[in-house]
Write a protein that binds this ligand. Structure first.
Ligand SMILES: Cc1cc2nc3c(=O)[nH]c(=O)nc-3n(C[C@H](O)[C@H](O)[C@H](O)COP(=O)(O)OP(=O)(O)OC[C@H]3O[C@@H](n4cnc5c(N)ncnc54)[C@H](O)[C@@H]3O)c2cc1C
Length: 379
């Protein structure tokens, strides 16, 4: 039996499916139109014991491993949610781990507990207008002044940024390059923190995205996450989980689109026969299923190896690119096989087609993933 399909994980899947079908699916279209999910959904997900999966109980989580959190992601998408919904509701999956790993009890109490209880929202703010793939060139400065840092600079494309109460911000506390970067917790209410209106996007419409501006924001030194100038290594360390999660989102989206397409081709009749009766259609769907299963099998194996503590940097990058390529192929064909309906907002595959375009960009682009592999492979 697969480690992703144990009795415990089957029970977890069942509770995620119940939550998704009752709390998410009936409201998702409205949240897409509104451009955000409500805070109430965070509280409901916490009450259903889903928000804290993969986070230690000592920090307010509900225990389990990060692979359990990936099981939650799979199941939300496969039971009618979306990658955009996952991005919005589980932003703490990228915003909290550095802080929890650093283990400062005061920051855990201030941030992790209320976030995992669904009361507060935390975002991760690394990307800047002039620094995306090249994280080591970021410019937002935090200058020490007594027992405070004074933070100046801006951040771009920050998921849940318009709603967040806390930001885990990558700042420059030292010299140029990777060795001068730290992580700092910035509360939204601090004077000088500016948050833009929601940025208008192609997909992930229920997931709000913001630009942040820090204008000489004073933050206590106690808000430092981990050691000063060690932020880059913490960011790189946590990238594995983010990239694996995006790979999971990609193959889960693909699986959902395979399922929706199978249902559609048995119902849709053309020229007096169901689409499912045409060999060209049957083979197309068989290829969609093949790509999806390869992506899932490989990504899950890499995730298990990562959870076991193996060095999987290159394989994580390969998994992300494999799953994204599978997803791109599947969503494109799902729309095509749905015909005109596939282009309509009322069809679920249309949303997956738009939503999934970000998966090869966020958390490290396809090109950067290939570069990671090449750097480790080619002498
Ligand atoms: C919806 C959305 C949500 C996001 N959420 C967050 C968030 O919560 N927090 C956060 O910090 N960031 C977030 N991001 C930012 C995201 O991580 C970056 O957009 C991504 O890392 C790419 O950076 P960039 O946009 O600056 O592109 P660039 O780095 O400018 O890249 C542009 C193109 O050049 C290519 N390229 C770059 N360098 C090389 C190279 N050396 N060799 C070959 N090709 C190269 C890239 O692959 C890409 O195709 C989000 C972005 C989006 C769109």
């Amino acid at each position: 039996m697969s480690s992703w399909d144990t009795d415990v994980r089957r029970a977890l899947r069942a509770s995620v499916r119940r939550f998704t079908e009752s709390e998410i699916v009936p409201n998702l279209a409205a949240w897409e139109d509104a451009g955000a999910i409500p805070r109430e959904l965070h509280r409901a997900a916490a009450a259903a014991d889903l928000l804290g999966v993969g986070f230690p109980e000592s920090a307010g989580g509900s225990g389990g491993t990060r692979v359990d959190a990936m099981v939650v992601t799979e199941e939300v998408i496969q039971s009618g949610g979306s990658s955009g919904l996952v991005a919005a509701l589980f932003t703490h999956g990228i915003g909290l781990p550095h802080l929890i790993q650093a283990g400062d009890p005061q920051l855990v109490d201030l941030v992790a507990r209320p976030v995992l209880a669904g009361e507060k929202i935390v975002s991760l703010a690394i990307t800047e207008p002039e620094a995306g793939s090249d994280v080591a060139s970021l410019r937002t400065r935090a200058v020490r002044d007594g027992d405070e840092y004074v933070v100046s600079g801006s951040k771009l494309y920050i998921t849940s940024g318009t709603r967040a109460d806390f930001f885990t911000v990558a700042v420059r506390t030292g010299g140029e390059g990777a060795r001068g970067i730290s992580l700092l917790l910035v509360e939204r209410e601090r004077p000088g923190v500016g948050v833009s209106a929601p940025l208008r996007k192609m997909g992930w419409l229920c997931s709000d995205t913001a630009e942040l501006n820090f204008d000489e924001v004073r933050v206590p030194v106690a808000n430092l996450i981990g050691a000063e100038n060690a932020g880059f290594y913490s960011i790189m360390n946590q990238f594995a989980a983010e990239r694996l999660s995006l790979a999971v989102q990609a193959y889960a989206t693909a699986q959902r689109c395979v399922d929706l397409t199978l249902d559609w081709i048995t119902r849709r009749q053309t020229f007096g026969r169901p689409l499912a009766g045409r060999q060209v259609v049957r083979h197309r769907v068989a290829e969609m299923a093949r790509c999806t299963d390869v992506a899932r099998t490989y990504t899950r194996a890499v995730a298990d190896a990562w959870q076991a503590g193996e060095d999987v940097v290159a394989r994580v990058a390969m998994a992300k690119n494999t799953a994204v390529a599978a997803c791109d192929f599947v969503v494109d064909n799902a729309v095509q096989l749905h015909g005109g309906l596939g282009y309509m907002r009322e069809s679920e595959v249309e949303r997956h087609y738009r939503d999934s375009r970000i998966l090869g960009i966020g958390g490290g682009t396809n090109e950067i993933m290939t570069e990671v592999v090449a750097r480790l492979l080619v002498p």
